[in-house]
Design a protein around this ligand. Structure first.
Ligand code: SF4
Ligand code: SF4
Ligand code: SF4
Length: 248
């Protein structure tokens, strides 16, 4: 049986998630036994017009990106969004808090009227095309990437938690960051990282996106208990989740 052809494409991002894939080291050999990379700018010079699986890293930040990602979608049987920039828009979405014309003037100043600089707001890949699988995080976890790719190849549905980071954090028996007078996004953020940040003594900044059904009421109660307000949470959500309305 021939191996599925995989192409990796990057849009607006730091390419840190692709780097995680490059850094798979020995495991990459295992993955190469089940898939065939045919295009991957960060790791190979070959290109291909045909592929089965398209892996998209980065956000859609320009009109021409939208056309490019649609063309990729048309050619791919399966499309995977890789990392927070692709799954939720990530830090690129910070600009959406402002008027796009203001952003353009602020960044490009006297050059702002150049024709290729438009006022397009940042979008996650799923806001433009259908996404079949998502690998969450900033950066992604190498282990979760390998797991999801194997599921995809074998036709299994990967298990990706829909519950919040607090569940994993409690299992690690961490002292809650609210006890340190911090605002942690664990109550509303999708688990799956093993509560990496609170376990390292830092608040969760929401890189895996919102939990599917975030318990906003419970989060409010936690914040009230520690003298915090919904605005504190909303402010923190700007970093990765564009200040989602659900948390207000
Ligand atoms: S999700 Fe984070 S690590 Fe990955 S490309 Fe975006 S900014 Fe870089
Ligand atoms: S709020 Fe943060 S630190 Fe507290 S339990 Fe939840 S994830 Fe852990
Ligand atoms: S704890 Fe939060 S910010 Fe840290 S890796 Fe997990 S989801 Fe991302």
């Amino acid at each position: 049986m021939s191996k599925p052809k995989v192409a990796i494409f990057d849009f607006a991002c730091c390419e840190g998630c692709q780097l995680q894939v490059v850094n798979l080291e020995e495991e990459i050999l295992d993955l190469l036994s089940v898939v065939q990379p045919v295009e991957w700018r960060e790791a190979m010079s070959e290109k291909s017009d045909t592929f089965d699986v398209a892996i998209i890293e980065g956000s859609i930040t320009r009109r021409e990106d939208e056309e490019r990602v649609r063309a990729i979608r048309e050619r791919a049987k399966v499309l995977v969004a890789l990392g927070a920039c692709a799954t939720v828009g990530g830090i690129n979405k910070l600009k959406n808090r402002f008027a796009m014309e203001e952003v353009r003037r602020c960044v490009y100043d006297a050059a702002a009227d150049m024709p290729h600089l438009d006022t397009y707001p940042t979008k996650a890949v799923g806001e433009v095309v259908k996404v079949d699988y998502q690998v969450h995080g900033c950066p992604i976890s190498k282990k979760e990437f390998g797991y999801i790719l194997r599921c995809l190849v074998t036709g299994k549905e990967p298990f990706v938690p829909t519950y919040p980071v607090c569940v994993e954090c409690k299992m690690q028996e961490n002292v809650c960051r609210y006890e340190f007078n911090e605002v942690c996004l664990g109550p509303v953020t999708r688990a799956g990282c093993g509560a990496k940040c609170p376990s390292a003594g830092f608040w969760c900044f929401g890189c895996r996106g919102l939990a599917e059904d975030p318990n906003v009421q419970a989060a409010r109660e936690v914040m009230a208990e520690y003298g915090k307000t919904p605005e504190d949470l909303q402010g923190r959500l700007q970093l990765f989740n564009g200040g989602k309305e659900q948390a207000s």
